[in-house]
Design a protein around this ligand. Sequence first.
Ligand code: AN7
Length: 334
Amino acid sequence: MDISHSVGPVTLLEGNTPLIPAPRLAEMVVPGGKLFLKYEGLNPTGSFKDRGMTTAMTQAVADGAKTVICASTGNTAASAAAYAARAGMKCVVLVPDGKIALGKLAGAIAYGAQVVTVLGSFDDGLRMVREASEKAPIALVNSVNPARIQGQKTAAWEVTEQLGTVPDWLCLPVGNAGNITAYWLGFCEGSLLLPQLLGAQAAGAAPIVLGKAVENPDTKATAIRIGNPARWTEAVAALKESNGHILAVSDEEIFAAYHALAKVEGVFCEPSSAAGVAGLLKSVKEGRLDPEGKTFVCVLTGHGLKDPDSAVADAPTTISIPPDTDSLLKALAL
Ligand code: AN7
């Protein structure tokens, strides 16, 4: 690909994220099985959203759009803002007031988007931007836009290339359900072998698990605080076709997995991203799947630095000392 001039795809060279073996975590989560982490937090804006944003923004440019808009729990906003900047377009992002992680807001602001906070949920914002894009000349770049799914599906191809085959199970968090839809499309197009899909929703925002929309979704995993997913039907079909399952995990379970990923494997993701691992652990514990001899890939959708508040919230107290070495050795009891 010629990236030396401005004509062509709107890209920040997203993708090609590592598939990291996690043998120590595997012993805890899938004894007798193999576990790999698809670390999507290493995309240019720190989340998996960049894979679909390159295609959506390239399409928007081709369509002659001058402004793009999205609703977001944070990562889509940061990604849209960056790619819009790259394309020389205006970007408007609607985020739920007070329910967006700091690093995501920082990104959206840094990349120059017009940030609008909505006194409501992500679902309210999505309804508003859908209507606004029908009434005004603004391109919608949420994952209801088919170009988003086309770009996002490349993650499935990458996992297959990196493993040399498809995993037995692919585990991931589910919010608006664009990612699970895209992975399934990618696997179906990319290989005759197919994985089983394991989706995890936060217990306070688990519409697909419950089979009905959640009016006031609530979870500390703000990225997946979504009560009425746009790709609901596609997610249900993917789960059924893959002979997979979707389950709800509590915030406690999500945060336990979040801490284990960082402390046991040195892989720092944002809380929502750990939901797939939490869901896998729960499925094994409850006997819903036998890990023996199986290969599991957990998709870690966003970087841990996206949500610094969660990282320091229940941290152990730090040690404060005067600037001399004796104090240091004493404090460390050495
Ligand atoms: C870290 O940014 O919906 O099921 O507006 O940021 O494809 O929605 C984010 C979703 C998982 C869920 N992990 O993916 C948004 C937004 C992280 C996320 C999801 C999101 P989908």
